[in-house]
Design a protein around this ligand. Structure first.
Ligand SMILES: Cc1cc2nc3c(=O)[nH]c(=O)nc-3n(C[C@H](O)[C@H](O)[C@H](O)COP(=O)(O)OP(=O)(O)OC[C@H]3O[C@@H](n4cnc5c(N)ncnc54)[C@H](O)[C@@H]3O)c2cc1C
Length: 393
């Protein structure tokens, strides 16, 4: 039986950050992970460059049953703190857009920073460690694994969500939470592409690869970014963000002309006597394939603009400003960047991330019901929640 002060289950971003902080406080830390390779999810993040934080992190960019829960951790370990760590290790980075910071070279740099800091703090990695049971007897936790048993006064669950099982994601954290009687907010894939039903798929066939600058709104929350048509539905940053707020059956509204009042634009063309077909006029905004398809779907004829009745123009312009689609679903955990839901925040202290029911049991990172927007917000939550737990374990 190996004795430690702290056992961290899951050596991802949150787990490593917690290990660093606990190690700095002189705690003996064992980082257990079933994967062979440390930080697999970090490596594939941000298209291989890891969007490691956002200069504009704010609590409003996070979804949770309790929107206030994330405030404490985010204010105590901020994006500037993580940026300082990146700078301390001399890693070059840049802002891509909207405050999103990426490594210039590779996401591996972020893993290297965290591993180096863990080692300096004395935390010990135990890769390829499959956990079979976690039990609490008196003050001590006993963790049984394929590599023997471990004991500690604190267990930190940092196993992430269900997204991308092929890089090691499991629902183990939820199982532990349930075993100890903690409530789970039902998990769902998020930051995930939408899938169309067969009818819509057929109507929009051939548009895969078309990208448009839009405003996408779902359940009252809007994002101005690109959408990207795929073979099965819709992706691109605006669609991924909207998926955070989407539930089955909800419509998604797309403003296809975010900078233009469509009706004024088309009426001014008509007033000048334009005899062009609308699909050709729309080339001002859209690629040919989309303009043609949209007009084929929503105009009864190819009548020149000057002869097109105002009623039809009104209805087309409404569609351009509020094109409403109801996706059949999302692509799912195989592609989703995050898992929404997780361990209920009511069960945890926002100051320490410790369970209110089971002393010494902590949950950090994506396994908790705190989910951020696309753009570096999820890593910042992993760093911040890991950092705060590291101060108390
Ligand atoms: C393709 C992709 C791209 C992304 N890009 C970004 C981005 O650029 N910016 C951003 O902010 N967020 C991004 N995210 C989200 C971000 O990666 C996660 O929110 C973040 O990694 C969560 O950190 P975590 O430490 O909580 O969990 P994870 O990083 O998922 O780590 C969990 C660890 O637990 C281990 N584990 C799981 N189950 C077990 C078990 N049963 N036993 C032992 N160990 C176990 C896993 O092997 C893993 O090492 C992306 C996600 C994906 C999938």
């Amino acid at each position: 039986m190996q004795k430690n002060d702290v056992i961290i289950i899951g050596a991802g971003g949150a787990g490593m950050m917690c290990a660093i902080e606990a190690g700095k406080r002189g705690k003996e830390v064992a980082l257990l992970d079933h994967a062979k390779k440390i930080g697999a999810k970090i490596l594939i993040s941000g298209g291989g460059r890891c969007n490691f934080t956002n200069t504009g992190v704010h609590p409003g960019a996070y979804l949770s049953q309790n929107p206030h829960f994330c405030k404490s951790a985010l204010s105590r370990f901020t994006q500037d703190d993580f940026i300082s760590l990146v700078k301390k290790h001399g890693i070059a980075f840049y802002e891509k857009k909207l405050g999103q910071l990426f490594c210039k070279k590779s996401a591996q740099s972020i893993i290297d920073i965290l591993v180096a800091e863990c080692r300096e703090a004395g935390a010990v990695f135990h890769p390829e460690t499959k956990i079979t049971t976690v039990k609490k007897q008196g003050e001590l936790f006993h963790v049984e694994t394929n590599r023997g048993g471990y004991t500690a006064k604190s267990v930190v669950v940092a196993t992430g969500g269900l997204s991308i099982p092929k890089v090691g994601a499991t629902g183990f954290g939820y199982e532990i939470a349930k075993q100890f009687g903690l409530e789970i907010i039902p998990p769902a894939p998020a930051l995930d592409g939408f899938v169309f039903d067969e009818k819509l798929k057929k109507e929009l066939e051939g548009l895969a690869g078309v990208s448009l600058d839009t405003i996408v709104t779902c359940n009252g929350v809007s994002f101005r970014e690109n959408i990207l048509f795929t073979h099965v539905g819709l992706s691109g940053p605006a669609a991924l963000q909207a998926s955070l707020y989407w539930k089955p059956g909800d419509p998604v509204s797309i403003n296809l002309l975010p900078d233009t009042n469509a009706l004024e634009w088309i009426k001014s063309k008509k007033a000048k006597g334009s005899r062009a077909e609308i699909k050709n006029l729309l080339l001002e905004f859209f690629p040919k394939s989309f303009a043609e398809r949209f007009c084929a779907l929503y105009l009864p004829s190819s009548t020149p603009l000057a002869n097109m009745p105002d009623k039809i123009l009104d209805s087309l312009c409404k569609k351009l400003a509020h094109w409403e689609i109801t996706p059949k679903g999302t692509v799912g955990y195989g592609k989703a960047e995050v898992t929404r839901g997780g361990v209920a925040t009511d069960e945890l202290s926002s100051k320490t991330m410790e369970s209110k029911k089971v002393s010494g049991l902590y949950f950090i990172g994506e396994v908790v019901d705190v989910t951020g927007w696309l753009g570096g917000y999820n890593f910042q939550w992993a760093w911040a929640s890991g950092w705060v737990a590291g101060q108390y374990v």
